[in-house]
Design a protein around this ligand. Sequence first.
Ligand code: KG4
Ligand code: ZN
Length: 328
Amino acid sequence: MLGIETTCDETAVAVVRDGREVLSSIIASQADLHAEFGGVVPELSCRRHVDCLIPLIDEALNTANLSLDQIDLIAVAHGPGLIGALLIGLTAAKTLSLATGKPFIGVNHVEAHLYAAIMSHKVPKFPTLGAVLSGGHTSLVLMNEIGNYTLIGETVDDAIGEAFDKVAKILGLPYPGGPQIEQLARHGNRHQFSFKPGKIKERPLDFSFSGLKTSVLYALKNKDLTPQNKADAAAAFQYAALIDVVEKTALGSKQHNCQTIVFGGGVTNNRYLRELVASLLPEKTVLWPSPGLSLDNAAMIAGLGYHHYLKRGEGDHLDLEAQTRIAL
Ligand code: KG4
Ligand code: ZN
């Protein structure tokens, strides 16, 4: 399988055998391009995808020591994401398919984040609770099997990674803010501030991070901040956001009787999150994505594409559209 990922600000191409074995996974991050803007600039992102994609396809094939005619399936993330960015990957996949006669298949990027942890381990016993924690999504899903999910909780405003990025901007840190906040928080005392994530009435598994971000903004406004104040704020924000995720994940797994929890998305790179999960959910089997499979990558796209193709027995047609939003 050749996987192609261009949903947001990483151009990525991978070659994966049998849905699991990563023969190559090349990721060209655009973080440098967007750093000064505090977030992704769609037009810049598209131009970079166009420049990078073809050379990355060559590089991924070369690294895997394969030629295009040895590929059986082309899998591409066709949503959710930025429309221009999605169109670049999808058009490349369709063109390759047309030129080679190989099938192509569109994959849901968010679903692929959940599959990333599964492909790093063995397929868990279903039903399993899935938690997607990324820059664009914060969702809790009941995974009935690969390809069959029930959404049980989601954010009503900002995604958790987005909240990390916005708070980083408030603290004067560059994009992407998650790793920066994590690092700064190590030197901070979270008890110096009291930040609370949102609770949604009668929807205990839904998230709200926008008020949390605003409370950081107001707590720091018009103050001469010392490096220590900033570290304390980073630690308090990080704790509030992550404990909320862990508590709601625990509640979801209890309500739905799930012994296994699968985490996916860029925020799962956070070591403090992994420590909180280990200490608060010691009785659960927890699957995390392997290094290289948490942040956006094309190996998870190729891996998931394999399962869907096997199940369906055919690929997609050339009229498959890019979708900025897709339900799981
Ligand atoms: O999954 P991903 O690569 O892209 C999306 O699909 O959105 O996630 C990127 C997000 C960014 O918001 C980034 O700040 C966040 O993941 N992130 C982190 C960490 N590493 C990346 N957030 C918290 N702690 C981290 N160590
Ligand atoms: Zn992603």
